[in-house]
Ligand binder design. Structure first.
Ligand SMILES: CC(C)(COP(=O)(O)OP(=O)(O)OC[C@H]1O[C@@H](n2cnc3c(N)ncnc32)[C@H](O)[C@@H]1OP(=O)(O)O)[C@@H](O)C(=O)NCCC(=O)NCCS
Length: 165
């Protein structure tokens, strides 16, 4: 039986992580985004999933500022990728759940994602939680979830790397 394990990536994993991203998105943009987030020191949490010891999935949360009367530090989930040949095996779900556990343990209280509500709704993200935020991404795909006390309004300021997308 196949086993999924999850860990923090090492430098030597970079080429295989880039391949998973490029294969999953069928484009180089998300792999470049990941490298730019790393270069910009904007990564809050990055995890990889190994299926029987082989890198099959990747998730990254970057720092996201919510600017209102004060500035609140939140996290943005992007990108999430699973190698096409290993999709539908629970790897994406395992990555999100493991990442959320680590984020909560680290004291993070607000996560935002731009993606399919049919998928991210499984992991606690809702449109309702994101409705009050000001963002160029505001719309049916913007979702959020609070793990604790967190603002429900303010302007979402993503890491500069997202501007290149
Ligand atoms: C989206 C993605 C990360 C999911 O990872 P995965 O390991 O295949 O997902 P899991 O095995 O944990 O979950 C699969 C379930 O999610 C569902 N699902 C997958 N993508 C979905 C989507 N876009 N909308 C709704 N449901 C989706 C599947 O139908 C499946 O449902 P089931 O459990 O009822 O059979 C993966 O398909 C992927 O890398 N896709 C290409 C890149 C991408 O789109 N990333 C997300 C960007 S926001």
């Amino acid at each position: 039986m196949s086993s999924i394990s999850i860990r923090t990536p090492h430098l030597a994993d970079r080429p295989l992580i880039a391949k998973v991203l490029e294969d999953a998105f069928e484009a180089p943009d998300e792999a470049q985004l990941v490298q730019s987030l790393i270069d910009g020191n904007n990564v809050v949490l990055e995890l990889i999933a190994l299926l029987d010891g082989v890198i099959a999935g990747h998730i990254l949360f970057s720092r996201l500022r919510v600017e209102g009367n004060t500035v609140f530090e939140a996290v943005a989930l992007a990108p999430l990728s699973v190698a096409p040949e290993h999709q539908g095996k629970g790897i994406g779900s395992a990555l999100i759940k493991a990442a959320h556990e680590q984020l909560i343990a680290a004291g993070e209280t607000l996560a935002v994602v731009l993606g399919d509500p049919g998928y991210y709704g499984r992991f606690g993200y809702t449109r309702e939680q994101a409705l009050g935020f000001t963002s160029p991404y505001q719309g049916e795909y913007l979702q959020a979830q609070a793990f604790g006390d967190a603002p429900t309004s303010g302007t979402l300021i993503y890491a500069p790397a997202f501007g290149a997308l």
